[in-house]
Design a protein around this ligand. Structure first.
Ligand code: PLP
Length: 359
């Protein structure tokens, strides 16, 4: 499918753009263009792929997404390498996960080539929006929603796929070397058989109250426990977790359908194994976490995801009080793994696995 190129009549002036790029924050600044592709089950599927000016879209007030939340999204980053080329990190994994989410939400799949071509076009079109701040990247947000106008609970027959881009700096406001997290006891994120493994807006809407509770307790993020026993550690609001032990083993919660299968998580499993560590995907309880942190058996806890890459968890707070992991700052393995991952993503360390796609 060819993408129609719609000329932007009035892109942001260079001086204004440079000003916005000096300190972009996270998800606040947007580039000039956006991608749109429409879907109609009665017209044979996907049609009218285009890239044009980023602007508000018109939606019928009865559009299904506004009532029954049929919506999915992805989050990925484009990096500018030393030679000026742009690269994506494992974009086909995002394309695959997008379709996994689509199936769970009874939405049509988007052919992977179309997903990949859309983000390629957007990055290249808005290449001047790359932020040169430390740790900066062009964050890409592909998403799809039900646009059909009807008030009935059934899968829609019309959808819109879009992608927008946002130049970003660091994720955590504090820029903290280690984050403090809050154990949610009053709320859960996902139940077995639910939508926890899909990247769908409702999961994040449901996380806002527990996240606010975490913030009110002076914490950066919330950690969710399983919905059944309220015992097993699942994930943060937007990051997966790894527990690094003194005996050279690492544990990360298994993909049982209630957590998001992070692409950073999958990459870290491989990188940690390369470092000679034994990585096990198995359940780990909140009580054991506290015991192991206290005894010194647990050396580090890492949180990982596209947005904040690899971040140390320094302190865990909850209704039962607080405990500190290691020194409370970033540990050795967290630093090492972060350096390796960032190095590969940014083209500083050789990519031996075919993880990096140059655009
Ligand atoms: C709930 C949740 N868990 C984990 C992750 C990490 O996933 P990834 O490494 O693919 O960014 C994210 C981020 O997208 C997320 O939203």
């Amino acid at each position: 499918m060819q993408f129609e190129q719609i000329v932007h009549p009035s892109p942001v002036p260079a001086a204004t753009r440079q000003q916005a790029l000096a300190d972009p924050g996270f998800g606040k600044v947007f580039t000039d263009h956006m991608i749109e592709i429409d879907y109609d089950a009665d017209k044979g599927g996907w049609f009218a792929a285009r890239i044009g000016p980023r602007q508000p879209i018109a939606l019928d007030p009865a559009a299904a997404v506004l009532h029954y939340a049929q919506e999915i999204f992805e989050g990925m980053k484009a990096y500018r390498h030393e030679d000026g080329s742009f690269a994506l990190f494992r974009p086909e994994a995002n394309a695959r996960r997008f379709n996994d989410s689509a199936r769970r939400m009874a939405m049509p799949e988007l052919p992977e080539e179309l997903f990949l071509e859309s983000v390629r076009q957007l990055v290249l079109k808005d290449r001047d929006w790359y932020p040169s701040v430390d740790g900066g990247a062009l964050y890409l947000r592909p998403f799809m929603f039900a646009s059909e106008a009807f008030l009935g609970v059934r899968p829609a027959r019309q959808y819109k796929y879009m992608a927008i881009a946002s130049p970003v700096g660091g994720y955590f406001k504090s820029g903290a070397p280690a984050v403090k997290i809050w154990v949610s006891r009053n709320y859960v994120r996902a139940a077995p058989g639910g939508t926890g493994a899909a990247k769908t807006g409702g999961n994040y809407a449901a996380s806002l109250v527990p996240q606010a509770e975490a913030a009110a307790q002076g914490c950066d993020q919330v950690v969710f426990l399983d919905a059944v026993e309220k015992k097993w550690i699942e994930e943060l609001g937007g990051m997966n977790l790894f527990f690094v032990f003194a005996d050279g083993t690492v544990v990360t919660p298994p993909l049982t359908g209630t957590i998001l299968p992070g692409i950073t998580r999958d990459s870290l499993i491989a990188l940690l194994r390369d470092e000679g560590l034994i990585v096990r995907e198995e359940a780990y309880s909140i009580d054991q976490w506290r015991i192991d942190a206290g005894s010194g058996h647990l050396l580090e806890t890492m949180a990982c995801g596209t947005a904040a890459v690899v971040t140390a968890v320094g302190t865990v707070a909850g209704l039962e009080g607080e405990f500190t992991i290691g020194s409370g700052g970033p540990g050795q393995m967290t630093g090492r793994i972060r350096e390796l991952l960032v190095g590969i993503q940014r083209g500083i360390i050789a990519d031996t696995r075919g993880w990096v796609t140059t655009l």
